[in-house]
Write a protein that binds this ligand. Structure first.
Ligand SMILES: [Zn+2]
Length: 184
């Protein structure tokens, strides 16, 4: 199972739910399910931005056609942050839209206690949400971690794009004031 979290507090007009990708490993496929709004469970690990959602300045990044060898969009951003803010910890969280191209994403195999990744190529448009941290901390975060979905049956943990000539991303990010780890 793979969850894309969408928790909206104090805003009843928005749907306060998450979408899960649930594997059907025997058929080498998966299906998507909307979770109830009050289901706040999370398995394994997740990097989440918590924001009040108020208007304000954000970082916009719009890129297309990959020319470098780093095939993950947030990996590129992370490495730029690491270089620019060497010795400091900078966290960015937000969303990006894959407008064109194809991504490799994984879904966790359901119904087993072992962690098994099932990889699928998924086509744009895909909306991904997650966070990036510029350097290692005592909190042992992944440098970046995004989950993406579309209503056209794409859902999973973002790894990289597989179509460098066609790929196009549009992202909006905000710097974090506080970085913390919640352990269940
Ligand atoms: Zn993940």
């Amino acid at each position: 199972m793979m969850i894309v979290v969408n928790v909206v507090l104090n805003s009843p007009a928005s749907y306060p739910g998450s979408i899960a990708a649930i594997s059907n490993a025997k058929n080498d496929d998966y299906y998507m399910e909307r979770l109830p709004g009050d289901d706040t469970g999370i398995t394994n690990v997740g990097n989440v931005l918590v924001s009040e959602g108020k208007p304000g300045k954000v970082v916009q990044i719009h890129v297309k056609k990959r020319i470098g060898t780093i095939s993950a969009f947030p990996d590129n951003i992370q490495q730029i942050l690491a270089k620019r803010y060497e010795g400091k910890i900078v966290g960015l969280g937000g969303i990006f839209l894959t407008k064109h191209g194809e991504l490799t994403q994984h879904v966790l195999e359901s119904g087993t206690t072992e962690v098994t990744f099932l990889y699928y190529n998924m086509s744009a448009p895909i909306i991904s949400a997650g966070a990036i941290v510029s350097s290692e901390t005592d909190l042992a975060f992944a440098p970046y971690h995004f989950h993406g979905f579309s209503h056209l049956k794409s859902c999973g943990h973002y790894h990289f794009d597989v179509t460098p000539d066609e790929i196009e991303y549009l992202g909006y990010f905000t710097p974090a004031k506080v970085i913390s780890r919640v352990k269940a």
